[in-house]
Design a protein around this ligand. Structure first.
Ligand code: ZN
Length: 242
């Protein structure tokens, strides 16, 4: 691993081209907004990728030199090729690449393949959300207050069909009374996965400083661990240790 964390922010990048309301909030695209605040960190080297880029944004030379991949997708999950999903899954399981699934990426092919669940949930109209920091000792919660308010977010609510998370860090409470596991982590193979709910395309959540702090913390947490050896789940046999 190079000294800097090599971050790739992948975005479906269609809403911002076709919907004025999304373009007004994210003129450079959601990936552009996320890339802009992550790039302020001297320990990160940030690249942007989109579904319509060559190789769906993640040809081998980009994916294989990514330490942490952030993923935002919504309407076009089905266009993401299965062979790309498999290359992502192997990068996480075998090489320890971090994967951060944002908002509607709960239904993305890579998230479902990595955690092994449908990712189904209840949803509804945009409304006020209070995000509670319920695991303040976790590195992703560093510097995050006990709670913070997003004036408007799309309602995502339980039951959220995911396996039991390894850590449940943030809990969302919505104005209409619903609750949601807003920030959760999973360990899979050699890699680390974080799912984070805020980020509907017509809500300005990625401009919120606390949301930015959480995503920045998550990138540092999710970078590949320094195992000092190759984790290869395909190895058929190992000799006894003398
Ligand atoms: Zn949404």
């Amino acid at each position: 691993m190079s000294e800097k964390i090599r971050v790739t922010v992948w975005n479906e990048f269609r809403h911002e081209k076709t919907e004025e309301a999304a373009r007004a909030i994210y003129p450079e695209g959601i990936h552009g907004a996320i890339g802009a605040f992550l790039s302020k960190n001297s320990d990160m080297e940030v690249r942007l990728a989109a579904l319509d880029d060559p190789g769906q944004g993640l040809p081998d030379e980009i994916l294989n030199s990514t330490d942490v991949l952030l993923w935002w997708g919504h309407m076009h999950h089905g266009e993401v090729k299965d062979e790309l999903v498999e290359r992502i899954r192997r990068r996480v399981y075998v090489d320890g690449m971090g994967f951060i699934a944002l908002h509607s990426a709960h239904h993305s092919k890579p998230f479902r393949a990595l955690v092994g669940a449908t990712g189904n949930l209840l949803w509804g109209d945009e409304q006020k959300e209070i995000v509670w920091n319920i695991l303040p000792s976790h590195p992703i919660a560093a510097g995050v207050p006990q709670h913070f308010t997003l004036p408007e977010e799309e309602l995502y609510a339980e039951p959220f069909q995911i396996p039991r998370p390894d850590a449940h860090i943030f809990e969302g409470w919505y104005e209409h009374g619903y609750v949601f596991r807003t920030g959760v982590t999973f360990l899979r193979g050699a890699g680390k996965i974080f799912y984070f709910q805020p980020g509907h395309e017509t809500c300005p959540s990625y401009h919120n400083e606390t949301v930015q702090r959480i995503i920045t913390n998550a990138v540092r947490w999710a970078k590949p661990a320094d195992f000092g050896y190759k984790v290869d789940p395909g190895a058929p046999w190992v000799p006894p240790i003398a």
